[in-house]
Design a protein around this ligand. Structure first.
Ligand SMILES: [Zn+2]
Length: 248
């Protein structure tokens, strides 16, 4: 399959498959399994950032001190964006925070669209580096988007939207994931020298979401620690194992 087609499929999977799973399982996917899925996503995202994206950026010629300086700036910038958009508590679990309930519906939809657009951008640019890496990231985005989507559905239903209307509008925002992926791929294809920098931002994004969005939520579910830890380790271990296996 040509790479642009793979980019589109990846965007569709990351955006729409997560939405479909969230929609059809909100009632059925029990809290313990949601917790395990989220733990798995956290392990996967941290491992992708630390074992794939950052080493890849180093290998593509970025000096170590530049890389870590950029990582530092990116993490602080993500915090600023997070506070301003106030979408941070959105990741993880059912994703519903008390103050989220007060957020107007257009904000929920716009926040969701912007978030998946960024996810898409990262996926699209990853395809320029290594399709195997990009597919691993697709999997990670899909896994962390399920609970986030479920959270958005819950919020829209709380705002007295019907399930069908909530699904239709969510689907519109999910197009942003596909658009982001195609945009990321096409823009960076013409500016390859920016790829290492984008890899560092993508790593910062995964680290930030895992550490500030997912882990604090998991900490509240301490009775499930063995399951969480197990799934997190599996998620993290899959990355080096998968990369080795798929590259040979
Ligand atoms: Zn996401």
């Amino acid at each position: 399959m040509n790479v642009l087609a793979q980019v589109v499929v990846s965007g569709v999977l990351a955006g729409f498959a997560s939405m479909g799973i969230a929609y059809f399982t909100t009632a059925r996917l029990s809290q313990p399994w949601l917790t395990r899925l989220v733990s798995f996503a956290a392990g996967l995202m941290l491992a992708i950032a630390l074992l794939d994206l950052l080493p890849e950026a180093l290998e593509s010629g970025l000096a170590a001190d530049t890389l870590f300086a950029e990582l530092l700036v990116a993490l602080m910038a993500l915090f600023a964006i997070d506070v301003k958009l106030h979408a941070g508590c959105h990741h993880g679990g059912e994703g519903v925070c008390d103050h989220d309930l007060a957020r107007p519906v257009p904000m929920i939809l716009a926040g969701g669209a912007l978030h998946v657009f960024t996810d898409g951008l990262m996926l699209g640019s990853a395809f320029l580096v290594d399709p195997v890496l990009a597919w691993t990231m697709t999997f990670a985005v899909l896994a962390h988007e399920v609970p986030r989507e479920a959270g958005d559905f819950a919020l829209l239903l709380t705002a007295r939207w019907g399930r069908r209307k909530a699904l239709a509008w969510n689907a519109v925002t999910r197009l942003a994931c596909v658009l982001g992926a195609v945009a990321g791929y096409l823009v960076l294809a013409g500016a390859q020298e920016w790829v290492p920098f984008v890899l560092v931002v993508a790593a910062a994004n995964f680290i930030y979401i895992a550490l500030t969005g997912i882990l604090p939520w998991l900490r509240r579910e301490q009775q499930a620690f063995a399951w969480q830890g197990g799934f997190m380790v599996i998620g993290a271990a899959l990355v080096p194992i998968g990369m080795r296996f798929l590259h040979t």
